[in-house]
Design a protein around this ligand. Sequence first.
Ligand code: GLC
Length: 434
Amino acid sequence: MNKKNEWFKIGKYGLFIHFGLYSIAARHEWVQTLEEIPTEIYAQYKDYFNPDLLNPKEWANKAKEMGFKYVIITCRHHDGFSLWDTKYSEYNITNTPYKKDLLRELIDEFRNAGIHIGLYYSLLDWHRKDFLVDGYHPMRNNSKYIEKYPGNMDTYRQFIRHQVEELLTQYGKIDYLWFDFSYESRKWGKLVGKGPDDWGSEELEKLIYKLQPNILLNDRLGLNRGVQTPEQFARSKGMDNEDDLWETVQTLNNSWGYDRDNYNFKSSELVIKQLVDSVSKGGNFVINIGPDGRGKWDKRSVSILNEVGEWLKINGISIYGTSPSKYKAPVDCRYTQKGNKLYLHVFSWPYRTILLPELGGKISFARLLDDGSEIRFVDTKGLTDDRPSNTNLYKEITEVHVKESLDPTMVMLNLPIHQPNSYVTVIELTLKNK
Ligand code: GLC
């Protein structure tokens, strides 16, 4: 494993935090452009932005307790508002009633909590006048604005470089820089999308590695490299090259920013399954929280993330630091593996047995992670030699199963009829040393 990527490979579970002026609008982080709010009007949110209940230490400790190993904080979203004390733009948090450099507070506290630091930086900017209007821009239908501000991507590129330099020199070690996003093939009549040439991606990437050689970058600078970040869906299979990194980034309710009236939440069961599924394919799973305008985490999100955290407390050894397994998991199950421990994640509980292909003669012990209790199994190879006690079990089970279990390539697990109280039950299989 490449040293530089180690924390990412081991960590598996990341927290996205979307927080900015849109959090007080409370109707999606794209509100400015969804509602075509003129730039100057939207900018007024700045005068009311005061997350007085925000406690950075509490955020960090909560995240740690919930099992997150890294965080990705939106330090500047598409609205162009910076969450830090940047000298390159007045449109920043120190000019709100909150006044303080929130990004610094968050970085310090998350770092203290042992959580790796990722920063989300939007390449789009719906505030600056030199950002050439395109089809995503809130002023896209305002011909007067477009005429008046023809854009100047040279000065804009310079601005991005300055801000990125600031982020990478003033805040200590940043583990991950997460850019959003390139869309050069998009065309809206005369308006065209933007990509690596507009952002100056090549140059930017050089600058970043010069300033922080060990940093990870995601894939949205448009350079066809970096951590792959499928959004709201997972990859159907792992990467061909195991060293290539990927993570799926997901919302809890389809909105990244706080969205007060949106109750379209995923269940904790689904979130746990998505986490397991990604990890079983060699990827990471990043789930989002959109804190509200006063800096609180809403109860619905917290309760889901707490449940995932509880699950991780018991089953985390089957997630953190694991890799995909070469063995083929049975239907509705997923494998992860670490050394000679193979973790079987059962997505839907069967009646009494599960047949494991390819594992005949290979398992020395099986247990539930839930309570450490032994799971007895039938292994035609094991029957006659290492595990004679299995002969009793062999008599107990139905003839059909016996016949199937006689396939020497299979192992049959004998499960309790009642599933442990868990959305995904994990069975740890210890593989024999050959
Ligand atoms: C999208 C959206 C954005 C969100 C991001 C997270 O690109 O534009 O609002 O922050 O995805 O992946």
